[in-house]
Ligand binder design. Sequence first.
Ligand code: ME8
Length: 494
Amino acid sequence: MDFCVTTPIYYINGEPHVGHAYASTAADIIARFKRLDGFNVHFSTGTDEHGIKVARSAEKAQMDVHAFSDMMSQKFKDMSQLMNISYDDFIRTTEPRHIESAQTLWTMIESDIYKSSYVGWYDPRDETFVNESDIVDGLAPSGGKVEWMEEESFFFRLSAYQDKLLEYYEEHPDFIAPISRRNEVISFVKSGLKDLCISRSKFDWGIPVPGAIDHVMYVWIDALANYLTTFGFPHDRAKAEARMRECVHIVGKEILRFHAVYWPAFLMAANLPLPKRIFAHGWWTSEGQKMSKSIGNVVNPNEIVAKYGLDAVRYFLMREVRFGEDGDFSADAISKRINYDLANDLGNLVQRVLAFIQKRDGFLRADYNFSESAKILVDHARELIAKVRPYIDKQDLHGALDTIWGLVTESNKFVNDVKPWELAKKNDPQLDSVLTALCESLKSIAFGISPFMPGTAAKIFGFLNLKGHSFDEIQNNFESQKLPAPTPLFPKEK
Ligand code: ME8
């Protein structure tokens, strides 16, 4: 079965920061879970390289815009590598395959395009047209300075799609998530859609409009088309359509309107299928303040990964706030999560069980004659993925972690109740089945955390001599064997 997940493609006018790392990590977790669950996954990310903002940044850096794009796009690739993002495709909008795809999309919606002139305000920071009524002291809602624009442009007949969109949202209640955001989109569309200006002619850093070379496409139509490109459009249209139907777009809340209103309208106009879902996640602040270069509080992924470790950062981002809500990145909050959840709960459980086995003689003697309480633990362990799956399918990554931590807590309680060290002292024959039950639980926990903390899961798989490639392995019993000595997973933060 096919499954697709995408991140936004990032603007390359600035350095990657924790917000980009967040969106990519969330999509990565979903992709990894689906792969372990047997799906044929296509996971794409990339960079959005055209538009006035990028052209100006290149100018400011006194660089040729192509060289500037190569340099900046590489930084986002590096960020993906740093965060262990398992993308299948990294798409750049300056690639020939994308230019062809965006131009093909344009020609497919041409019957809804007309020429007119745009007279009004533009916000280069958000690459968006702004209503007079939304401007306060010369600033757009993004905080960017608006510019007056008067150009002959092409327009897309968005107004013709108002009712079709509302009908679609009604018939597909899961199309936009979370629900609060869905309601915002519906009220926006109900308040009336105006036709959308979709070309620019005052600069040329963009994809030429087919048949009108003095115009380049508005950067958002170019950017949205990236999803089709990565799915194989226009050459393998059947595959691209199949992938689109199974696709979840992960986006930040500030770009939901582009994805939930403009994008479906373009796809409807082109007679192409719509994605399965658009999930809008929240925004991160840093130590309680909006991240900004001038305050100097922008959270740099390189620095936090070096300081806290990759898996701790990935865990923190997903655990600190429910996916969809805003979060605050603070040194205090991440240290607490590392100490309590990772070192005390998870790390301690793994050590208690595996260091105990090592101290004995390093042998796991598989014994499946469980006592009542051990059987309950193993049943819960083997049901873990079935319980986590619905959360992943609604992109509730926080709920998924909560469920996994339920088993961590239950396992720690089992150790406290059963006291293996006392069983050992008494030479109690139940000890082997108790340790087997705990290894079963560690196996399920390792599979559960694997999408979130792939490195940590790989260590636990190693301690248990497991491959860790598919959730199917959970149902196999352990064989009696010598286990390698475990090493600590998470050092405590001061
Ligand atoms: O909007 N907190 O690119 P972009 C959380 N190129 N997430 C954040 C964040 C923050 N403080 N800052 C950024 C664009 N993000 C377009 C997208 S898609 C066809 C085109 C994340 O570089 C969030 O996911 O401004 C946001 O939507 C994305 O980065 C936008 O990055």
